[in-house]
Unconditional design. Structure first.
Length: 227
């Protein structure tokens, strides 16, 4: 039973990846069609996308990162960031609050039964300053919204403030989405513009991998020092 949430999340992610593999062209065509629909006047695209991103802050629902990229793809870097930021933050606060008030016991039992999954949480309990690093790192956003509710001494004020600060990173996601839109539309300065776009996206990927590696080392180091 303690592993049920992990199994559910892994199964949902696996099914999504299989769907991408089998229906890649159809999926991207659907996303492009959705982008055009969201832009049409009268469809309230900003509100629809806000709701879609909000839903994905609840585990195990996937597509959180995909929808944020779609936000930048559809509405550009700044407006896409504004929509994504407000949606992701409000969703995180509600999920955390409900989890802390109604699921704190089950979450803590799950963390005790799953040492590997609870590493980051235990490190934050010992050193609360790690919370910002963990929130910036590419951990599954919706899963951490729930698991952090089981951390000892975690208040809504601290959680909300740190999460609000960490979500500035969404500006990178929406920039990538807007760059993909320009790339697909053939905009930019020919091959040089395309090369800059591809290089920027690859650089962002490298930076996020590096952040994940650094945070993982800090988490492991904190636990080793505590032991």
């Amino acid at each position: 039973r303690p592993w049920a949430p992990v199994i559910m999340y892994a199964a949902t992610t696996a099914m999504f990846l299989v769907a991408i593999g089998w229906y890649r062209e159809e999926l991207f065509a659907a996303l492009d069609g959705l982008s055009r629909w969201l832009k049409e006047p009268g469809n309230h695209g900003e509100g629809v996308l806000f709701c879609l991103i909000f839903v994905t802050t609840i585990p195990p629902i996937p597509l959180y990162s995909t929808l944020i990229l779609l936000s930048g793809y559809t509405f550009g870097t700044l407006l896409g960031f504004f929509i994504s930021y407000l949606s992701a933050l409000s969703g995180a606060l509600i999920v955390f609050g409900l989890s802390q008030s109604h699921l704190r016991g089950p979450i803590q039992r799950f963390l005790r039964a799953s040492p590997h999954c609870s590493k980051a949480i235990r490190a934050i309990e010992r050193n609360p300053r790690l919370l910002l690093a963990v929130r910036v790192a590419p951990y599954p956003y919706n899963v951490m919204n729930v698991l952090l509710a089981g951390a000892e001494g975690m208040s809504m004020r601290v959680y909300g403030g740190v999460t609000a600060l960490s979500l500035v990173k969404l500006l990178v996601h929406t920039w990538v989405g807007a760059s993909l839109q320009s790339f697909s539309a053939g905009e930019g300065e020919g091959e040089v513009g395309r090369a800059w776009t591809i290089g920027g996206v690859l650089l962002c990927a490298v930076v996020f991998v590096y952040i994940a590696w650094v945070v993982r080392r800090r988490v492991d180091g904190e636990l080793e020092d505590g032991d």
